[in-house]
Write a protein that binds this ligand. Structure first.
Ligand SMILES: Cc1ncc(C[n+]2csc(CCOP(=O)(O)OP(=O)(O)O)c2C)c(N)n1
Length: 367
């Protein structure tokens, strides 16, 4: 069972859970589906993005897929489905036909009630497959923690910490491009409610702070995770958040908006592309990475001094966790900047993927 981005994912939670319980299928839900959460009796995978990069996944091919929500962010998931071509039903009541790789074999314009009815009348549980996914997912989690707990704070650790520390009822807005991917790879299902938003579709890095301000203006304490370029792109949005009338937006205490900036020196998403390391490094940086001349922390501290909001520069998971947990209704605008070395970060992503593959291969004992 696959759940892609859905702002109204809550509406589908019961039907999806019932379907998974009746079938024994695992739920591969990205955080923006609102279904990466603890659901009674359901195997909700946290780390399918990493599991699906390993040979283990091709030894456990899907026989059938049911998808709700938009096109999944997870590229290994799309490639796995394309490789195995399972029977693939897409529940798409708004007829979006969001299936760029033409993998869907059955298009269903039905709502959650029909999914629940199908679960009750058509299914009998498969034995074993869901449990093997649950075991593999715990194995991946242990391998990931083994790397992250031993090393300094980089992007994967930030994504994991957001899931651990944001208070119940919070909203998280994730920017393109690495933030939404890191959150998909490392934020774990939790019991406390967390709404996760992203600007998918055209996947713009523009207007992200403004969009998150819109969420916060509904009265929901909100944290937005942005890269350094997306941060620069919407500094005007920051002033907009600062300017927002307390009485008019966000309830009597005003907005509660935390902007977490991961500063990895430009658009490092591009350094994960095959062209990185092949074309001249100087040209690559000039044309693609476009590293800014000033650190985000410099910008943030200048703006906070000028406008009077709070800026923290953090370097550890513990410090980040404490700040995230302190978010309060009416807490105002604050910025947290985290400096990340892009090479160390790329290296860590590679080592995490290797650690997961080794763990699944039986090289390391799983918990
Ligand atoms: C408005 C807009 N301009 C350009 C792009 C192309 N683009 C995609 S990701 C990216 C880099 C983003 O850099 P940053 O915000 O620092 O995040 P990171 O790559 O480090 O995750 C760019 C320029 C885009 N998606 N949207």
């Amino acid at each position: 069972m696959v759940a892609g981005p859905m702002w109204d994912g809550d509406r589908w939670a019961e039907a999806v859970a019932e379907f998974c319980r009746a079938s024994g299928w695992p739920l591969l839900a990205e955080p923006c589906s609102q279904l990466r959460r603890e659901l009674d009796g359901v195997v909700v995978t946290d780390h399918h993005d990493l599991l699906l990069r390993t040979p283990w996944a091709d030894a456990e091919p899907p026989g059938a897929v049911l998808r709700v929500g938009g096109a999944p962010t997870c590229k290994p998931l799309r490639l796995w489905i394309e490789r195995h071509r399972p029977a693939f039903a897409f529940v798409d009541p708004a007829s979006t036909w969001a299936d760029a790789s033409f993998s869907v074999s059955l298009h269903l314009t039905i709502g959650p009630e029909a999914v629940t009815e199908a679960a009750r009348t058509l299914l009998s549980p498969e034995s074993g497959w869901g449990q093997r996914w649950a075991d593999a997912d715990s194995c991946a989690a242990a391998a990931i923690d083994g790397v992250l707990d031993a090393e300094s704070l980089l992007e994967a650790g930030v994504a994991r910490q957001l899931g651990r520390s944001l208070p119940a009822g919070h909203a998280l807005y994730v920017s393109n491009s690495m933030p939404v991917r890191d959150v998909d790879s490392y934020l774990r299902a939790r019991a406390e409610p967390l709404t996760v938003h992203a600007s998918r579709g055209a996947s713009g890095i523009d207007g992200v702070i403004s969009a998150a301000t819109g969420v916060a203006a509904t009265g929901t304490p909100t944290t937005v995770l942005v890269g350094d370029l997306a941060f620069r792109h919407d500094l005007g949005g920051l002033v907009g958040a600062f300017d927002t009338e307390p009485a008019a937006h966000g309830g009597p205490g005003g907005l509660d908006l935390t902007v977490v900036v991961v500063d990895n020196g430009g658009g490092t998403i591009f350094s994960f592309l095959p062209a990185h390391g092949v074309i001249d490094a100087g040209a690559f940086d000039r044309l693609l990475t476009t590293p800014p001349a000033h650190a985000s922390a410099e910008l943030a501290s200048g703006l906070s001094a000028a406008l009077g909001f709070v800026h923290h520069r953090v370097q550890s998971s513990e410090a980040l966790g404490e700040l995230l947990a302190q978010s309060q209704p009416g807490g105002g605008l604050r910025i947290i900047t985290i400096d990340v070395d892009a090479d160390a970060n790329r290296n860590q992503h590679r080592r995490i993927a290797e650690a997961v593959e080794i763990a699944l291969d039986g090289g390391e004992p799983c918990p």
